[in-house]
Design a protein around this ligand. Structure first.
Ligand SMILES: N[C@@H](CCC(=O)N[C@@H](CS)C(=O)NCC(=O)O)C(=O)O
Length: 268
């Protein structure tokens, strides 16, 4: 897990809300009411209403949003200011972290899920739409292992990007590259981790690779040199609609603003 520490969260960002239901969502505080189980003619409407509690820069939030988008599930999103956490957020989040998924049920009490992979697994099990794991138990277990590896890889990337001195930057960059080399050895067909189908491992690595798309090639290129499979995978993920849509248009600027604010080596 990256250690955003105080750094990332010192940015003061307004709470915004957007809807992925096709309508623009008015900013509103939770709790949000579920739409209930409704029938329009013979077409069943969703039994639950989902709200993703988020932060514009959080890579863990992106995992959940990518899964929601891949499955075509309608949801609302509320971004919180993690530098000044609202009381309602602290009351809902046992860890004080995003993402949260608020599940409003027609036939039961509202529930709040925390931890990004728990949220992703819940969505996989509960929502219609394309499955993001292989059906074979062994392949599924193997992919879950690479998801853990993805979380550790994210931590190395984050620490490299946020390094304030050259020895730390060099050490973290080497650690990150070491992980990319391990990935290079296991990637086979592509374009995605598991082959032709986009899956859960892809949702985990897409936010990691995104960091390197927003830097000058002089920073990113040497890191991905001699890693043709990883590079092709990274390119495929960047081109995926759900991945592109999981952050707002000002993501790169916000991220650079974060780096400048914390006076890291890579800030410009
Ligand atoms: N293990 C958690 C990590 C989530 C996490 O670290 N979220 C960060 C933002 S990227 C956060 O909310 N930090 C606020 C804080 O630590 O106070 C998950 O997978 O959901």
């Amino acid at each position: 897990m990256p250690t955003p520490s105080a750094s990332l969260w010192a940015i003061t960002l307004g709470r915004i809300s957007r809807s992925h239901t096709g309508k623009s969502a008015a900013m509103r505080p939770p709790p949000m009411r579920g739409v209930g189980f409704m029938f329009t003619g013979s077409i069943p409407m969703p039994q639950t209403q989902l709200t993703l509690v988020s932060h514009p820069l959080c890579p863990f939030v992106q995992r959940a949003e990518i899964v929601l988008l891949e499955k075509g599930v309608p949801f609302d999103r509320i971004d919180v200011d993690l530098a000044i956490k609202p009381d309602w957020f602290l009351a809902l989040s046992p860890t004080g972290k995003v993402p949260l998924l608020k599940v409003s049920q027609a036939d039961g009490p509202d529930a709040v899920l925390f931890e990004s992979m728990v949220i992703c697994e819940y969505l996989e099990e509960s929502q219609a739409g394309v499955g993001l794991y292989p059906v074979d138990a062994l392949s599924r277990a193997r992919q879950r292992g690479w998801i853990e590896f993805g979380t550790a890889t994210l931590a190395e990337a984050w620490q490299f990007l946020n390094a304030k001195d050259r020895p730390t930057a060099d050490a973290k960059r080497a650690a990150f590259q070491g992980r990319l080399q391990q990935l290079e050895a296991v990637l086979v067909e592509g374009p995605y981790f598991g082959g032709a189908a986009f899956g859960m491992v892809d949702a985990v690595f897409a936010p990691v690779f995104r960091y390197f798309d927003i830097f000058d090639p002089t920073v990113s290129q040497p890191i991905f040199e001699n890693l043709p499979r990883v590079t092709a995978w990274r390119t495929a993920l960047a081109g995926r609609q759900s991945v592109a849509a999981a952050v707002a248009g000002d993501y790169a600027e916000r991220f650079h603003q974060h780096l400048r604010q914390h006076q890291v080596l890579l800030a410009h």
